[in-house]
Design a protein around this ligand. Structure first.
Ligand code: SF4
Length: 354
């Protein structure tokens, strides 16, 4: 039964696959491990449509490991802007350097070696090994979990070791024998476009004749829902401008934006502050405030935090002290995080004309 389903999947994929900038035609061509790696990392938590333009820009700037490994972290982060989860970009740089130094710029070809590289987990390792080296290696991500749960009628998610093993064994069974590179990619695409979270298009699905949930009319209940738990975080984030046109930033002091430059912020009660909160003084080290105004409130999600922030703009009478973190206006608008962009927008701050 699975053989028939696999064949039907391959035929469907050959006819219906999307044209994507990281794919090669014909599909049987081996791809560059570098291209598979970058595209798969970009695709984690991000829609294909928004990855396309980012990927093309990236490949133009960093066409290979050599160019990537010599880039500055700030440049990498700039080219990652808009994709979120900046630790992914930082790990890409770390891994590029390891591949350059330890492997003479050639990607290792075993799961064991790949999975110890920063940012490469079992899914990405499987994608690199199957799509670039045509090895019979499995992949498992949210799309495949959903397909397997429905196809095999699995009423649980891979939450503990035993459940993970069951899902991985299913994934391995699809990657066994020939054409793992086609079947893996076909499953990813099937999950994205056909066996979707809501309203799966079973009428267009090549797996339908063998899909247990379809035959049982139980698609709605599989996979079982996972309750999403967000941790709410309330606070104030502020931009302080000194007399000599410098802007205060915080670096590495945020617990949800580790080691990143952002604007100073601190937690507060969910109710809206009106005056200048006492915490601001600690940041300004006694500098005298000339004016202040609150901007629009912002909401932002970072990993498991749902952040609700008041935005505040302050002008101070003094020049920027040399000992703390102050940046120029150009650097201010170059800050890569989308949180910073949101704050600038909420406070309606745009680059000065001169
Ligand atoms: S038949 Fe429907 S539920 Fe089953 S794998 Fe296909 S799209 Fe998913």
């Amino acid at each position: 039964m699975q053989n028939d389903a696999e064949n039907a999947l391959i035929q469907w994929f050959k006819k219906n696959h999307e044209q994507l900038p990281w794919r090669l035609e014909p599909l049987s061509k081996k791809r560059s491990a570098y291209v598979v790696w970058i595209s798969e990392i970009m695709l984690q938590q991000t829609q294909v449509a928004s990855v396309k333009a980012h990927f093309l820009r990236w490949i133009q700037k960093f066409p290979n490991i050599t160019e990537l490994a010599k880039a500055k972290e700030s440049t990498i982060l700039k080219f990652w802007q808009g994709l979120g989860y900046y630790s992914r970009a930082k790990n890409i740089l770390k891994t590029a350097k390891i591949i350059q130094e330890k492997y003479n710029e050639k990607f290792p070809e075993t799961r064991q070696e790949l999975e110890v590289l920063p940012g490469i987990g079992s899914y990405t390792a499987g994608a690199i090994l199957s799509l670039a080296f045509h090895q019979n290696e499995a992949i498992l991500d949210g799309n495949l979990i959903r397909i397997f749960s429905r196809f095999y009628a699995l009423d649980f998610l891979p939450e503990n070791a035993e459940q993970k093993k069951i899902y991985w064994n299913k994934a391995k069974s699809w990657a066994a024998n020939k054409y793992a590179f086609l079947k893996n990619e076909a499953l990813m695409e099937l999950g994205r476009n056909i066996c979707k979270v809501k309203n799966p298009k079973c009428d267009q699905c090549p797996l339908r004749p063998h899909c247990v949930s379809f035959l049982q009319n139980k698609i709605e209940s599989r996979p079982p829902k996972k309750i999403k738990l967000y941790t709410p975080w309330y606070g104030v984030i502020f931009i302080a401008k000194s007399k000599d046109q410098k802007f205060l930033i915080s670096e590495g002091s945020s617990f949800f934006l580790k080691n990143q430059k952002t604007f100073p912020h601190f937690s507060s009660s969910p109710s809206r502050a009106k005056g200048i909160p006492a915490e601001v003084d600690k940041w300004l080290q006694g500098a005298e405030i000339k004016t202040f105004r609150y901007g629009a409130n912002i909401e932002h999600s970072i990993t498991r935090y749902k952040i609700f922030m008041q935005t505040l703009f302050l002008e101070i009478k003094n020049n920027a002290p040399k000992t703390t973190h102050w940046i120029s206006e150009k650097e201010l608008f170059d800050l890569p995080s989308s949180l910073c962009k949101k704050v600038l927008q909420a406070l309606e701050i745009s680059p000065s004309k001169n």
